[in-house]
Every structure is written in structure tokens, then in C-alpha cells.
Design a protein around this ligand. Structure first.
Ligand code: ZN
Ligand code: ZN
Length: 258
């Protein structure tokens, strides 16, 4: 399994894209900074998009990907998300007013996007992967996805999350954990209220993982608050040292082989 970080940041600016992951070139988790990270032939390989929640920084490029798929190669894309997420995304991003309605374009019979609800604890075979959606703690309803390939490699992507993501640990056993740190420890209270993690909070959740599972997976941090990147890096390095764990900050175009 190859995991490619397309977007690793909280804000979009030159050199930084919004959250998006690509698995083996075909399966996308969250569509923040997706299309600007990939050539058209690379985009053409994508079959499936999983959305963790409806926030704009995770869903925006569903529209730009659908436009390319719909206009250039008339390909259908499967989009999976919890019902709550799909309701908001279809109402706000695919309403036919802000842009074309890719749920009906080019035709109602063969639209570009085929959306399907995946509910928490649903275990489904999607694009040849075993996919398990697990409720994640965030400011709005959200799920994380454990994605396991046919040869047994697996990652768990928490999406945006905060204290209590440890409730997920009993349901997953990934080799790679992709999670978030939106800001440094000095903003802990604010981050908690906004449904995010700082390095100190992440540390507590990882300790619970280790207590429960007797191991820690490799951890890659994304959704990094851009202005605080260096501070986050230093604090995460401290956590990695204390836990003797492999925890690193992700970056755009990073590829991880599992
Ligand atoms: Zn969010
Ligand atoms: Zn976000």
C-alpha cells in the first residue's frame, strides 16, 4: 500500500494544501487540496472518495475533481461519507447553483458522482479495500476510516479530531495512523473547544492506544496550523521521544510505503 499525502495543512497558501490523502493512486480520503496536487492522468485513476466530515477544507475539491471527471473523461466516481455529511455536501456544494450539479451531470442516468452513505461501524469492501468507518470526536459529526488492503496493510485516518479519539482504538489496529495536530500546546484550550488536537493532547490519546493495544503504529501528523508549524514540529518531536514512538509531521507530496 502506498499512502500519499496530498494536503497536510490547515490553511491553503503557496506550498501548502488542505487535507487530502491518496491511497495507491485510486482511493482518496478527504478532498481538500486534491486536484492541484495531481496531474490529469493521475486524477483520472481515482475511482473513490471517502469523506470524514463536511467541513470545506475536507470537501472542496470534490467539486473540482468531479468537474475534471465529468468534463474531460466522463468517468463516474463513488463518494462515501456518513449520511449527515452527504446531506450537507450535496445541499451546499452540489446544489446546481454554485456550479454544475455533478449528481445529475452529464445525465441523471449516469451522473459523475455516485454518493453512498457509510455509517459508523459499517465495514464495507470499497474499491477492493476493507473499509471501516469509526465515529471520531470533532466539532461536527465525523468518522475516521481504517483502510486495509487485500495483503493486510492498513492505515487509520482519524480526520479532524480531538480528545476522546481513543474511543476508536478498540475498533482498529493500523500499521499507520494518520491524525491531526492543528496547533501548539499553548492553544490547548482553544483547540479542544474547536475539536482539534495539540501535541500534548495527542500524547494522551496515544498513551491510551498503547495501553490498550500493547503497541504504537507509525504516526503521521497532518492538518498542521501553518503559522505554528515549527512549534508543532518541536513539540511533536518531544512527544515522540517520550513515547519512544515513530511520530512525524507530514508534508505535501510525502509518500509512505506500507
Ligand atoms: Zn473539521
Ligand atoms: Zn479541517
Amino acid at each position: 500500500m502506498e499512502v500519499q499525502i496530498l494536503g497536510a495543512h490547515l490553511a491553503e497558501l503557496k506550498g501548502a494544501r488542505l487535507t487530502s490523502l491518496l491511497i495507491d493512486g485510486v482511493l482518496v480520503v478527504d478532498a481538500g487540496g486534491l486536484t492541484s496536487a495531481l496531474s490529469l492522468p493521475e486524477q483520472k485513476k481515482i475511482d473513490t472518495v471517502l469523506l470524514t466530515h463536511h467541513h470545506f477544507d475536507h470537501t472542496r475539491d470534490l467539486v473540482t475533481l468531479a468537474a475534471n471527471a465529468g468534463y474531460y473523461w466522463r468517468k463516474q466516481l463513488a463518494v462515501y461519507a456518513p449520511r449527515y455529511t452527504l446531506d450537507i455536501v450535496t445541499r451546499c456544494l452540489l446544489d446546481g447553483q454554485i456550479y454544475a450539479n455533478f449528481l445529475e451531470y452529464p445525465s441523471k442516468e449516469k451522473p459523475t458522482l455516485i454518493v453512498e452513505a457509510i455509517e459508523p461501524y459499517d465495514r464495507r469492501t470499497i474499491a477492493g479495500y476493507d473499509v471501516l468507518a469509526v465515529p471520531a470526536k470533532h466539532s461536527v459529526p465525523a468518522v475516521g476510516y481504517q483502510i486495509t488492503s487485500s495483503d493486510g496493510k492498513s492505515l487509520f485516518c482519524t480526520g479532524d479530531t480531538t480528545v476522546g479519539i481513543s474511543d476508536c482504538w478498540q475498533h482498529v489496529s493500523p500499521q499507520l495512523l494518520v491524525t491531526e495536530v492543528a496547533g501548539p500546546d499553548k492553544y490547548e484550550d482553544w483547540l479542544k473547544k474547536a475539536g482539534h488536537l495539540c501535541p500534548r493532547l495527542l500524547r494522551e490519546e496515544l498513551i491510551q492506544f498503547r495501553n490498550l493495544k500493547r503497541y504504537l503504529p507509525r504516526v503521521i501528523i497532518i492538518h498542521i496550523g501553518n503559522p505554528y508549524e515549527q512549534e508543532i514540529k518541536e513539540e511533536v518531536a518531544q512527544v515522540a521521544q517520550e513515547l519512544e514512538a515513530d511520530i512525524i509531521i507530514g508534508h505535501e507530496d510525502m509518500k509512505i510505503a506500507l
